[in-house]
Design a protein around this ligand. Structure first.
Ligand code: 4NP
Length: 159
């Protein structure tokens, strides 16, 4: 059975689909794509069914990455299905934790930036209302954090 990762942001059209696709890319490069299942979701419902934002796709393409996906909303059953849930920012983290009032899944929910090794950011900044440089930054930060996450999963013997 594969290890299951869920990446979560607000809309599931910018940050979390980028994290999902970057992680899949790194896993394929490492020959581990059959050991880890990756998915993403948003805490909000605004963009359900939408593909990744065009500006996010363009930023990914500049780094040679393709983004695919169809936005969905985070749901409480995700706590059971996934082994690790990665929140892009603190607000996403709080929104997820609020759906687990007994705190029984608290250990499964972490901030994506906890795994970054080259960036000091505590959150993946929301690029939605900014210019292209914000989208480029998200890709670079997520490449760092996803590579740190993969290293940690390997070290822990999870994959
Ligand atoms: P995401 O970005 O959470 O990284 O997908 C956003 C997408 C949509 C909105 C905000 C952030 N919005 O306000 O519609």
């Amino acid at each position: 059975m594969s290890y299951k990762l869920l990446f979560v942001c607000l809309g599931n059209i910018c940050r979390s689909p980028s994290a999902e696709n970057i992680m899949k890319h790194l896993l394929t490069e490492a020959g581990l794509s059959d050991r880890v299942y990756c998915d993403s979701a948003g805490t909000a419902s605004y963009h359900i069914g939408a593909p990744p934002d065009r500006r996010m796709q363009a930023a990914a393409k500049r780094r040679g990455l393709e983004l695919t996906g169809c936005a969905r909303q985070f749901e409480a059953t995700d706590f059971e299905v996934f082994d690790l849930i990665l929140a892009m920012d603190r607000s996403n983290y709080e929104d997820i934790r609020r759906q687990d009032p007994k705190g029984q899944y608290a250990d499964k929910v972490k901030l994506m930036c906890d795994f970054a090794r080259e960036h000091g950011d505590r959150e993946v900044p929301d690029p939605y209302y900014g210019g292209p440089e914000g989208f480029n930054y998200v890709i670079d930060l997520l490449l760092d954090a996803c590579s740190g996450l993969l290293a940690e999963l390997q070290q822990a013997g999870s994959v």
